[in-house]
Design a protein around this ligand. Structure first.
Ligand code: URA
Length: 234
């Protein structure tokens, strides 16, 4: 194993055993650019569901569908490969993401990068976005109505990317995506479905920074995700 990969695994708190060469580790209607939030929510969702990437991005930028936009610096749309096999979905932009306009660029983002690298993925290979595109004040959890207002954007991103696997990181992302209040601990280790795409749940990197003893479980989740993707593409 090369030193860099060993470092990624170390960041994840994983001890690696190597034995005899065997590596065991554990707006189609012309809505684009307009604030389309005056439309009834069904019509708005229908319009968003037909947008291409540029329209979608412009519409997110000008969105005022919920109160979050008034408190954030800028919207944080998503980043990465729009043809990715892996779609990583987090909760909401934090302070650094709000400043830079890109998801997962703070400390949690650095750990997310290491988590991806540990399974051989570069950040640029995957697509990364959040349940809500605007930073909630004081990093509070997004409210249900805020997540619902932002959902058509996420649904359209999923439909455009058509990933082979969705990795939901953290409680808010997992519960919001799957429409459940089951705790993350019980959502892990199972394959869920969204729009016919397998969804695997793991802990949020910010939680792992606070609770490093849980990194081992996150590593197991990542391996489970790799296995799930292989099974679904076999
Ligand atoms: N936490 C998230 O859930 N998303 C980000 O973009 C940053 C931190």
């Amino acid at each position: 194993m090369d030193a860099q990969r060993a470092q990624y695994l170390h960041d994840l708190g994983i001890t690696v055993w190597e034995r005899r060469g065997l590596f065991i580790a554990t707006d189609p209607a012309g809505l684009s650019g307009d604030d389309n939030t005056s439309l009834p929510s069904d019509a708005r969702a229908t319009a968003i569901a037909q947008m291409d990437w540029p329209e979608l991005e412009t519409t997110v930028k000008s969105c005022t569908a919920c109160r979050l936009r008034t408190g954030c610096t800028q919207t944080v749309f998503g980043v990465g490969n729009r043809h990715a096999e892996w779609l990583v979905i987090g909760e909401a932009p934090g302070a650094e993401e709000d400043r830079q306009g890109e998801p997962f660029v703070g400390r949690a983002g650095q750990l997310l990068n290491s988590m991806l690298a540990a399974i051989g993925l570069k950040r640029e290979q995957v697509y990364i976005t959040n349940i809500v595109k605007c930073r909630p004040p004081s990093n509070r959890d997004p409210a249900l109505d805020e997540a619902a207002a932002c959902r058509p954007f996420l649904d359209r991103q999923i439909a455009l990317i058509q990933p082979k696997l969705i990795l939901a990181v953290g409680r808010v992302a997992a519960q919001s995506l799957l429409g459940t209040d089951v705790p993350v601990g019980r959502l892990r280790g199972r394959v869920h479905q969204l729009q016919g795409i397998p969804v695997v749940v793991t802990y949020h990197p910010a939680y792992l920074l606070r609770s490093p003893q849980e990194k081992r479980k996150a590593w197991a989740d990542l391996q489970f995700a790799v296995h799930t993707l292989k099974e679904h593409t076999a």
